[in-house]
Design a binder for this molecule. Structure first.
Ligand SMILES: [Zn+2]
Length: 135
């Protein structure tokens, strides 16, 4: 994949993503390859636009970017090329929390640190049986 073009931007994710190829191969069987390709192309475009802006307007380097990618990948508990956080229970209202949002969608609870995703990662999964059936 050449995402650099003639604009001087070149990010080499090949090593990083090559390690995840086998995991992804199993998933894409159920989805149209054309649809995936369209989504991938769009995401690539937007990602390159964001990165070119950041590089232009800040002191960030490609090393910084790759380091952050690995950190976020690992933040859900495993290095697998994805950010797929598990859900946990809100200590205030007892409902399910999602790391995709920065607060409890039901009662508005925000953890003291303000880092909602990190809070959910470090909260032990609920032990009662009722959560196993409510997905
Ligand atoms: Zn809540």
């Amino acid at each position: 994949m050449n995402v650099g073009g003639g604009n001087g931007i070149s990010i080499d994710f090949s090593d990083y993503w090559a390690r995840r190829e086998e995991d992804r191969a199993a998933q894409v069987k159920t989805v149209s390859m054309r649809e995936l390709q369209n989504q991938f192309d769009r995401l690539t475009l937007v990602t390159m636009a964001m990165w070119s802006l950041l590089k232009e307007k800040t002191e960030l380097t490609e090393e910084d970017l790759l380091k952050r990618v690995e950190e976020i990948d690992l933040s859900d508990g495993k290095i697998d090329g994805k950010f797929n956080p598990q859900t946990s229970t809100c200590p205030q209202c007892g409902r399910t929390l999602s790391a995709r949002h920065n607060r409890c969608l039901y009662c508005g609870y925000v953890p003291p640190t303000g880092d909602f995703a990190a809070f959910i990662m470090t909260t032990p999964p609920p032990m009662d049986d009722q959560d196993k059936t409510s997905i």
